[in-house]
Design a protein around this ligand. Structure first.
Ligand SMILES: [Zn+2]
Length: 342
């Protein structure tokens, strides 16, 4: 029996074909319509429906390039199941180079949203009804916030032997952070509906970081292999298994001033170790930023200007710190640009 076409936003995509669809989302003041661009790849054989989406925070653009490369990859032909690829969810923010919507709301805090709510709430509701609710598996692509960079990492709520757990370990990022769900996020919405969902966080806002993009594309392909959408040997060129971090915290600026970092992204640090020094421009007063736990630096500020209390170094805690360090070192030798980032 022939497989049914895939229906999305009023368009039917035949089995064995792909289509680019502009989902109408809102109008600008000028009356010009605004669309969320979507590409659907509908396989001939049935299987999971994977949603891969980027730029739900409009300035987090590494994911946009990840989606482009994924769609152009020969590896997704042939495909079992259906891939829904959305390079840019927050089209307003993307055009304006900002994380937020024009009403200053964070779209990733607006789910599930309602049709009668604020702009953010309406866009969340529309994206959910037209796209998210069709997916059986989701990978949501992010970067660090503006002026902050993240070591490539998967964030997920891990339950042993769950599909989310299997996807997280298949991805092959050097770090997995077992992270609480944040109210109003797409991850919170999907996970509560029983849809396994990963967040991939890598690199810096408003940048193309090759060491974040390449591993992102390969990670998604590995997950698609793991859940049966692609054939091929899953173990082939598999990266070193990631360690799971069960907690993390930010080391903050002790005073207002100019930061001189002493550690790099991915560094293993000990509790009490000096991560950076903050001083005024004359060098009169100096304040040390110290690690509040043993761990690995999985995120840090790239802007050397800090106000007191500003989050500067994100340190993840691991039970097996040696193994975590090895996984990060192995990753950084595969993607050496990371090591020279600072
Ligand atoms: Zn984000």
């Amino acid at each position: 029996m022939a497989r049914a076409p895939f229906e999305i936003a009023g368009t039917r995509v035949a089995p064995g074909s792909r289509a680019q669809i502009d989902v109408p989302v809102a109008k600008l003041y000028t009356h010009a319509p605004l669309h969320i661009p979507v590409e659907v790849v509908h396989g001939r054989q049935s299987g999971p429906v994977m949603l891969v989406c980027g730029a739900i925070h409009g300035d987090e653009i590494n994911g946009v390039e990840i989606v482009r490369r994924l769609l152009r990859s020969k590896a997704i032909r042939p495909l079992r199941g259906t891939l829904i690829a959305v390079p840019i969810v927050n089209v307003f923010g993307f055009v304006q180079h900002t994380r937020y919507l024009p009403d200053r709301r964070d779209l990733n805090r607006c789910f599930p949203g309602t049709e009668e709510g604020s702009l953010g709430s309406r866009i969340a509701a529309l994206f959910r009804e037209q796209i998210v609710d069709l997916a059986t598996h989701i990978i949501d692509l992010h970067t660090g916030a503006i002026h902050r960079t993240n070591l490539p990492q998967i964030r997920a709520q891990l339950v042993p032997d769950s599909e989310t757990d299997a996807m997280a370990s298949a991805f092959g990022a050097p770090v997995i952070l077992n992270a609480e769900l944040r109210e109003g996020s797409i991850r919170h919405y999907a996970q509560n509906r029983g849809v396994p969902v990963l967040t991939y966080e890598a690199g810096e806002a408003l940048r193309f970081d090759e060491w974040a993009i390449g591993p992102g594309v390969r990670g998604i392909l590995r997950v698609m292999r793991r859940i049966g959408m692609l054939s091929g040997d899953q173990r082939r060129r598999a990266p070193r298994a990631a360690e799971v971090a069960n907690g993390s915290s930010w080391a903050r600026a002790p005073i207002d001033g100019i930061l001189r970092p002493k550690v790099r992204l991915g560094a293993r640090v000990a509790k009490g170790e000096i991560l950076g020094v903050v001083a005024d421009p004359f060098g009169n007063a100096e304040g040390e930023v110290r690690a509040n736990a043993d761990g690995i630096v999985i995120g840090m500020s790239n802007l050397p200007l800090a106000n007191e209390g500003e989050a500067l170094f994100h340190v993840a805690r691991f039970e097996a710190i040696e193994e975590a360090e090895n996984a990060v070192e192995s990753f950084q030798s595969d993607y050496p640009a990371n090591a020279t980032n600072h």
